[in-house]
Design a protein around this ligand. Structure first.
Ligand code: HPA
Length: 259
């Protein structure tokens, strides 16, 4: 299988047989990687079976191997999205590869629009639950996967030990790539969404089907459409990430050290 082939390549190229944790760094999170630690090995995604070089702007397309405390960590610098035209299987390949490489914990990060009143740009929010509004699933066949407490409560508690100011929120995952209309944001707010983005939910479903422990952190890079009346841009998303990088890196490092 492709995931096993990727895991084998990761083991060969990094010299690390078992990676314990994988962190997927999304838009806005790439520059945080340098704060986590110096990689002992780096592999372009284009050289790993099943991975694709990301087309999303600001995604570096590299997998780093980093030692943090007792843990061997895979930092996946970028991801595949449905809006790039990938099937769900491809979108979740990194999660399957991480599990095949030995990971028992996956940390998913993303950039998100803030829907809930009071959320501020630059704020990091723990994902407590999600709405999969993509209309897609990475699961094939009749595999009934429990999604209660999908976002590990104990890991959220651990993250709050690093930063007690962290709040929690429900992440709505949409296809994109267009940003939402103000009417869609009003609808999402009514449905219980605090955050909105174009990734993460399929990876979360795949992670739970593999019984991986799951932690998710959103960086609010903008207030959602209609909240301020301003237009949205990907450049603003990336700029906010660069500005927040030292803080994001410290948070991730703090979490990884406590695992
Ligand atoms: N909507 C969808 N995806 C996003 C947003 C948004 O406002 N901000 C960052 N990713």
């Amino acid at each position: 299988m492709l995931a096993e082939q990727a895991a084998e390549a990761i083991a060969t190229r990094t010299g690390v047989i078992h990676h314990h944790v994988a962190v997927i760094l999304g838009s806005g999170w790439q520059t945080a990687a340098t704060e986590i630690g110096a990689p002992t090995a780096s592999i372009p995604m284009s050289e790993l079976p099943g991975f694709e070089p990301p087309t999303a702007q600001g995604h570096q397309g590299v997998v780093h191997s980093v030692t943090v405390g007792e843990s061997q960590v895979l930092l996946m610098m970028g991801r595949q999205h449905l809006y790039e035209g990938y099937e769900p299987q491809r979108v979740v390949h990194a999660v399957h590869a991480a599990a095949a490489a030995g990971a028992t914990t996956v940390i998913l990060t993303n950039a998100a629009g803030g829907i809930r009143p009071g959320l501020r740009v630059g704020e990091t929010v723990l994902i407590s639950d999600h709405l999969n509004l993509t209309g897609r699933t990475p699961l094939t066949g009749a595999s009934f996967v429990n999604m209660v407490d999908a976002w590990d409560p104990a890991l959220r508690t651990l993250a709050r030990e690093v930063d007690p100011a962290l709040t929690e929120g429900v992440y709505a995952g949409l296809n994109g790539p267009q940003y939402e209309t103000p009417a869609e944001i009003r609808m999402l707010g009514g449905m219980g969404a605090d955050l909105v983005g174009m990734s993460t939910v399929l990876e979360a479903i795949a992670a739970r089907s593999l019984e991986l422990r799951l932690l998710g952190i959103s960086l609010v890079t903008n207030l959602a459409a209609g909240v301020t009346g301003e237009a949205l841009s990907h450049e603003e998303v990336l700029a906010e990430g660069r500005a927040a990088a030292p803080r994001l890196g410290k948070l991730l490092r703090g979490v990884l050290e406590r695992l």
